[in-house]
Design a protein around this ligand. Sequence first.
Ligand code: ATP
Ligand code: MG
Length: 254
Amino acid sequence: MQQYAVETFDLTKRFGNYTAVNGINLRVEAGTIHSLLGPNGAGKTTVLNMLSGVLKPTSGSAKILGFDVEKEPEKSKSLVGYLPEEPQIYETLTVREFLRLVGRAYSLPNDVLENRIDEYLELFDLKRVEQNFCGALSHGMKQRVVVCSILVHDPKVILLDEPFYGLDPASSRLFKEILRDKATNGCSILVSTHILEIAERLCDRVTILSEGRIVAEGTMDELKAKAGMIENTTLEDAFLALTRRNERSLEKQL
Ligand SMILES: Nc1ncnc2c1ncn2[C@@H]1O[C@H](COP(=O)(O)OP(=O)(O)OP(=O)(O)O)[C@@H](O)[C@H]1O
Ligand SMILES: [Mg+2]
């Protein structure tokens, strides 16, 4: 039986009477980059929060590399690097201190940690600000530091919620190259984004959420075929067709 990097089983989250995520069965194959797309309010952040253990599901469950997120939280969390929609950064720590704090939380040996920090500071052109306070950095620089912080402990599964927001073109390109390189080396990545061009170019498979349900899943070509698109149409056309179709069918049910 194939083990998925991420697998959910009728995963559901209700806030009061509102069902934000409605019984989804999501699967991310190991060594792939998988995109989670959907209109505002579709439930993407709620799914990622449940996968990372930040939110408890109302019902259903999720596994990270076979470990149940609720029953085996330490194992599943140790495998995951999560970049949330609104990342927290300690404003009064320097860049290096912040990266050390994160690395130590994952019990990395000091020499490995310092080498990794050097490597990522260099890669993301942050060496010159390593002694600056995080609070004094520009928005995009903070985002680069947060990206470094999730890579520093070498996670096997990376969960990203709108990770490209605020990154300049060079950092964005670099981050995409790092993600592809990680996937080639067996890491699995689930990324929510509104930038369909990124999903189309970067991701192996796509899941489209709408109103808390999965409305489509597959490769770009499969999604285009599902949306009834002919060749040379874009993922944007398929996305709009599939999510509109879902809205119309919901309207009919009401
Ligand atoms: N803590 C909460 N309490 C009540 N409702 C919530 C809470 N968190 C999310 N919701 C609702 O659940 C739904 C899904 O929200 P979520 O943030 O997961 O959407 P999203 O797909 O990430 O949207 P976006 O593209 O705007 O980031 C929304 O209707 C939202 O208002
Ligand atoms: Mg969101």
